[in-house]
Design a protein around this ligand. Structure first.
Ligand SMILES: [Mg+2]
Length: 299
C-alpha cells in the first residue's frame, strides 16, 4: 500500500471503532513516544513541552492501560513504567513480558520455538551469547556489526547489536546456529559507533530465539489479561512495529515513520488494512492518538 493511501485518523470510521473498543495501547518508545534523546517532556523536535506528558495524564486518568513495547531491557522499562504510571511492559523486542512493576511482578520469558532442552533452564541471553551467533555475524560482515555496547547491559533475553547488514544475508548466517535464532531490525540509529557503514544508515538489531517478536508478545500479554486483539491498539514508527497490526484492532503510525525505507517497503507488501496514519511526528502523534482514544472511549 502507498503511504498516501493510508487512512488518516480523522474521518477513518474503522479506526474510530477500534479506538472505542480498545482498553489497552501497546506503544513503541524510541521514535514514537519519546523525543530525540529519550524525553517525554519535549515535543517532536526535542524542545521542552508538556504535550506528551499531558496526553499520558489524560490516558491514565481515563483508566486506559498503556504497555510500552521496546527493545530496551527490563530494568530500563521498569523505571519508565513506574515514572509514567503504567502497570507493565514488553521488553527486549518481545522476549520479556512483565505484568506489574513491584516485588510481586509476573515475569514471562518467551523462548519462541526453542524446546525445553534448547532453553536449558537459563535466561535466553546466556544461551544466545554462547551460541557463537555474534562471532559468526562478525566474521561474515567485518567492520559492519558490533555489540551495541552502551545498551548491551543487564540483558536477559536478546543480543543487542549495532550494524549495517543485509538482513536476509544476516539471517542466513544465523540459520547455521543452534538453537534457532532470528535477527530483528529494531530501526535506524543516529550514531554509527565505530562501524564502517559508508552511506548505509546504522541500525539496531536484536538476535532473538526464533519466533520471538513484538506481535507474539502482545498476543501472549492479551491472553494473560483475558483479552483479544480487538481490545487493543498499537502505535509505532518502524518496520518491525508494523507487525503489531496483526495482534491488535488497529496500528497507528506516527508521521516520522514514513521517512523510513523499511516502513515504506513493509507497507508495500500490503495485507494489513488496519493501519492508520497520524499527522503528528513522534510524541505529537502519540498525543493526537491519545486524545482521539480518550474521546472515543467516552463517547
Ligand atoms: Mg521506534
Amino acid at each position: 500500500m502507498n503511504p498516501h493511501d493510508l487512512p488518516a485518523l480523522s474521518g477513518a470510521a474503522p479506526a474510530y471503532e477500534a479506538l472505542a473498543r480498545a482498553s489497552v495501547l501497546y506503544t513503541d518508545l524510541d521514535g514514537t513516544l519519546v523525543a530525540p534523546g529519550g524525553s517525554v517532556l519535549a515535543d517532536a523536535t526535542g524542545a521542552p513541552s508538556a504535550i506528551v506528558a499531558s496526553a499520558i495524564v489524560a490516558v491514565n486518568a481515563a483508566g486506559l492501560e498503556v504497555v510500552p513495547v521496546s527493545g530496551r531491557n527490563r530494568m530500563q522499562l521498569m523505571e519508565l513504567a513506574r515514572l509514567l504510571g503504567w502497570g507493565g511492559f514488553i521488553a527486549e523486542a518481545g522476549a520479556i513480558i512483565q505484568r506489574g512493576t513491584g516485588a510481586d511482578a509476573a515475569i514471562t520469558y518467551d523462548r519462541g520455538v526453542w524446546t525445553a532442552e534448547q532453553a536449558g533452564g537459563r535466561p535466553p541471553f546466556a544461551t544466545i551469547r554462547s551460541s557463537g551467533a555474534y562471532e559468526a555475524l562478525a566474521e561474515a560482515f567485518p567492520g559492519r556489526v558490533e555489540h551495541y555496547a552502551s545498551w548491551q547491559m543487564d540483558r536477559e533475553a536478546t543480543l543487542l547489536l549495532r550494524g549495517c547488514l543485509d538482513l536476509a544475508a544476516a539471517q542466513a548466517v544465523l540459520d547455521s546456529i543452534d538453537p534457532p535464532l532470528d535477527i530483528v531490525d529494531n530501526g535506524m540509529l543516529r550514531n554509527p559507533g565505530t562501524l564502517a557503514c559508508g552511506d548505509l544508515p546504522p541500525h539496531a538489531y536484536h538476535v532473538v530465539p526464533r519466533g520471538v517478536c513484538k506481535a507474539r508478545a502482545i498476543a501472549l500479554d492479551l491472553k494473560a489479561r483475558g483479552l483479544g486483539p480487538a481490545d487493543a491498539i498499537a502505535i509505532g514508527d518502524s518496520a518491525t512495529d508494523i507487525q503489531m497490526a496483526e495482534a491488535t484492532g488497529a496500528l497507528f503510525l506516527v508521521d516520522n515513520a514514513f521517512a523510513s525505507r523499511g516502513v515504506i517497503d513493509e507497507l508495500a507488501r500490503g495485507g494489513r488494512p488496519n493501519i492508520v496514519r497520524l499527522s503528528g511526528a513522534r510524541g505529537e502523534g502519540w498525543a493526537e492518538l491519545a486524545s482521539a482514544w480518550v474521546q472515543a472511549v467516552h463517547a
